[in-house]
Design a protein around this ligand. Structure first.
Ligand code: HAX
Length: 432
């Protein structure tokens, strides 16, 4: 049996027992309250989901299975998937075994390319990507086995098989979309000698004489892997998967959420801002010019893209990991230098303005500038890259949820009339 599957086979009975015991002994313990503001406000801060793959702490940032993401920056994305799923980093043998599992599943069926070629030329790369995942659904082992009466305790195995099939093919599909959509020529076949991230870089076909673009891709795929359970893509994928829709359906749905400008698309906005700054000043502005430009942006009622976060209250450690990479690899690049100066100046400007709860950069403030440096200049494509990485988190969350028998998601919605009634009741109780 493959090492990862064997490990999960051993771990899962204990995880199930742990969850059952917790529920039996503490099922009625209250862990969250919901205010009217939260009900109207995207359920911010409501604790109503369990996710063990990763946690985002306001003062520390993302930790994958308890390990700060900054400490994982030198790891391969395959290692991160193994960690997300099993809670442990693989040793050399387990990593090689897992990479072999992916390689064995990497072949993309021809019908995917036919569907992608048949799509209108102006289809967004994210639409193409999500469509390809959905069209692959015909391969689903989960759906076939479910129809054959698969026992519930085997759901996770079928979900794992679908996840591996999908992850193995995503770089080839995503790189093929890049080449097709931007007229770069035919898709480049996968190189089985390369790891997952380097192979993706290779198939994109951009020049990489010293291997640093491959390093950036590995880093990018590692840093964007997961961001706990309540963000739009993870929550969407979780909800769709909870209906026992198979991982192809669930990941495709998650990607559709990632495509939104308030979620995965934000990194485009940041690069627009940086390139706009360079254009305005004909290069890297002075600190005085940049400070004034930032103030003018705020005075015009715009946000500084890449700064602030709904949860974080520190410099995003993923920003820090990218920043270190940029300092090492392209410190003299104009675009990187502007990103660096913005980082030096904008937090003070935002603090002085006093509105943003978090004046620090998030990951989107920098990722695009590094891609741009290596010639990946097609902004519309950046969310696809994000999606390849985020599929690691989505699929590991799905497998764990099927292993734990997580039931269908069904929070209770209430009407505005009901809320008015609840508010009036609370006022009466306070006055009594
Ligand atoms: N520039 C200017 N004003 C900002 C700001 C910024 N970067 N960040 C927050 N503010 C403002 C908000 O617009 C809000 O103003 P109003 O009261 O006038 O509405 C006020 O500060 C309080 O906002 P907040 O509570 O600090 O922030 P939110 O949790 O509401 O929003 C956002 C978090 C990330 C959406 C926000 O900080 C923002 O718009 N940042 C810029 C866009 C950006 O970087 N998006 C990428 C987010 C990363 C991500 O999750 N990607 O998937």
């Amino acid at each position: 049996m493959p090492i990862l599957k064997d490990k999960l086979t051993q771990q899962i009975p204990a995880l199930r027992k742990e969850a059952q015991a917790l529920l039996k002994e503490n099922g009625n313990t209250v862990i969250s309250e919901v205010t009217i503001a939260q009900a109207f406000g995207g359920m911010r801060g409501v604790k109503g989901l369990v996710c063990d793959t990763s946690v985002v702490d306001a003062d520390k940032g993302l930790a994958v299975r308890g390990i700060p993401i900054g400490d994982l920056a030198d790891r391969l994305p395959e290692e991160i998937f193994y960690l997300l799923l099993s809670g442990e980093l693989p040793d050399k043998a387990a990593l090689a075994d897992f990479q072999g599992e992916l390689r064995a599943r990497a072949q993309v069926p021809d019908y995917i390319w036919n569907v992608l070629r048949a799509m209108p030329e102006d289809s967004h790369p994210m639409t193409m990507f999500s469509t390809a995942v959905l069209v692959l659904e015909r391969e689903s082992v989960f759906r076939r086995r479910y129809a054959e009466g698969m026992p519930k305790d085997q759901y996770w195995e079928a979900a794992l098989e679908d996840s591996l099939q999908l992850l193995a093919k995503l770089p080839t599909i995503a790189a093929g979309i890049y080449r097709m959509h931007y007229g770069k020529g035919n898709p480049i076949p996968s190189n089985p000698a390369l790891d997952w991230g380097a192979d993706y870089a290779f198939m994109l076909g951009l020049p990489d004489p010293d291997g640093q673009f491959a390093n950036l891709m590995r880093l990018y795929l590692t840093l964007h892997c997961d961001h706990e359970g309540g963000n739009v893509s993870a929550f969407t994928s979780h909800t769709v998967g909870s209906a026992l829709s198979d991982p192809y359906y669930a990941v495709s749905a998650g990607l559709d959420g990632l495509a939104g400008p308030l979620h995965g698309l934000a990194n485009q906005e940041c690069l627009h801002f940086v390139l706009g700054t360079r254009k305005k000043f004909g290069g890297v502005p002075t600190d005085a010019q940049l400070r004034e430009y930032a103030w003018n942006t705020l005075k015009e009622g715009h946000v500084i893209p890449g700064y602030g976060h709904a949860v974080l209250r520190i410099t995003d450690p993923r920003f820090t990991a990218f920043h270190k990479f940029g300092e090492r690899v392209c410190a003299q690049d104009d675009v990187f230098r502007i990103v660096d100066r913005i980082f030096a100046l904008v937090p003070d400007v935002l603090r002085e303005q006093g509105k943003a709860k978090d004046p620090w950069p998030n990951v989107d403030a920098i990722s695009g500038s590094l891609l741009y440096h290596f010639g990946l200049t097609e902004f519309d494509y950046y969310t696809v890259l994000f999606g390849v990485s985020r599929a690691l988190g989505l699929t590991s969350q799905l497998v764990i949820n099927r292993a734990l028998g997580t039931p269908i998601t069904r929070p209770k919605s209430v009407s505005t009339a009901w809320i008015k009634g609840a508010a009036a009741g609370a006022r009466r109780a306070a006055a009594a």
